[in-house]
Design a protein around this ligand. Sequence first.
Ligand code: HEC
Ligand code: HEC
Length: 409
Amino acid sequence: MSCASCHSPQYAYGPPNSLAVQLGSDPGQSGVRAVPSLRYKDATPPYADNAANPDGVTLPSAGGGFMWDGRATTLATQPELPLLNPIEMNNPSKDAVVQAVKGGTYADLFKQVFGANVFDDTDTAFADVGQAIQSYEQEDISFHPYTSKYDLYVHNKIGGTLTAAENRGLRIFNTGDVANCSACHYGGVNFDGNQGLMTDFTYQAIGAPRNDKSIPGNSDPIPANDDPTYYDMGLCGPYRNDHTPAQLGVPDQYCGQFKVPTLRNAATRNAFFHNGVFHSLNQVAHFYNTRDTNPEYWYPGTGGSGAPVSNPTYALQPTYVPGATVAKFNDLPVAEQGAVDEEVPLGTGITPEDNVNATTLGDGVQPRAVGSTPSITDQQITDLVCFLNILSDGYQIPDVPPTSGACVN
Ligand code: HEC
Ligand code: HEC
């Protein structure tokens, strides 16, 4: 199995299919998280609990690093994780990897770069494999092409004129009291001087629904979620262990936090969020908008009485029973739900600072009341998705600009 079998160059170095999680080299083994795109990782700073925010305004917070939980410090040390993971590439040891490189067609090139004796010491050679992969991910232009329509727009180039719908989407994306996407999916200048990555590299708890069999008709629940005691809590474990709650049941600010992903090329994906529970951008946008106002669209319910009522087609739960108790934030243990974000559009917090300064949900940052009006209108969601679509690389300027379609007028 190659890195590219999960991070396909044809799919912006993301997954080549719509599965929430991918199979390992042993097909009986299945992953536990969605495969992120490897594009633009060169701009990611190392992980720190108090990383500076690129927007220059937001207070330092957990940020940077690789994997959904930042547990890989650099692109050079990251490859060890998939290479040796039994549910991924499943190599038995570092030595097995080094022997494979030694026996590979590129062994001589490897020696040219790292020295004729590189294969004498397994640990050094294995570290050099990581260095080589890091160099490729950092230096090959295919990992950071900056060839989207949005890039033409930002740099005022020919072909960069946005349609009316894309323009509205951009504004809504950036408007603090409407969609507020840019509060986390920051599009300004990054630490590396480029712009428009649509991430501030921080970690946030959005409260995504559990990707398991509680979703009717779910075609690819995560097998690990069959165990009701298993929770993927991001920064607080189980795959990193430096923010583990001191005592089970003691709320921990890091629990449920996952990395804010870049939205570049998100439109080429079919599975979204760390657990791949969502399958379209439209669905993601509606989730942000109605997580609090209509939790019955997203989380399973129990009890209630009467005939089930249909939910909108974008909902994960097709129906709900009036009066049912909805298991909101069901992918976190109840005691660890305290860090879930209530910024706009999810809740009513207006600025990132509201969130950083909030010690409790009562601190001026409130959930939206069940049944209240969501922050974003349906038309605005359509516009937002039009905008997200222009963040994909490889844009070809059409000979004749379209004059009709959902994303034009
Ligand atoms: C079986 C599928 C699979 C294979 C094979 C695989 N990866 Fe991944 N990769 C993933 C998944 C899933 C994640 C997210 C894991 C996590 O957050 O714990 C990931 C995360 C990453 C990240 C971090 C990206 C980010 O946004 O922080 C990098 C870099 C990466 N992989 C590189 C590689 C390299 C290099 C190889 C080959 C040595 C490789 N991967 C092989 C599935 C795979
Ligand atoms: C409070 C910070 C925050 C705000 C505000 C926010 N996001 Fe996110 N976004 C995140 C985080 C964190 C994730 C990953 C969550 C996870 O995996 O559990 C994410 C994931 C996503 C993804 C999935 C990308 C992928 O590769 O899987 C999309 C698409 C997205 N957000 C779009 C939006 C849009 C559109 C808005 C505005 C309506 C928005 N976000 C507002 C923090 C935020």
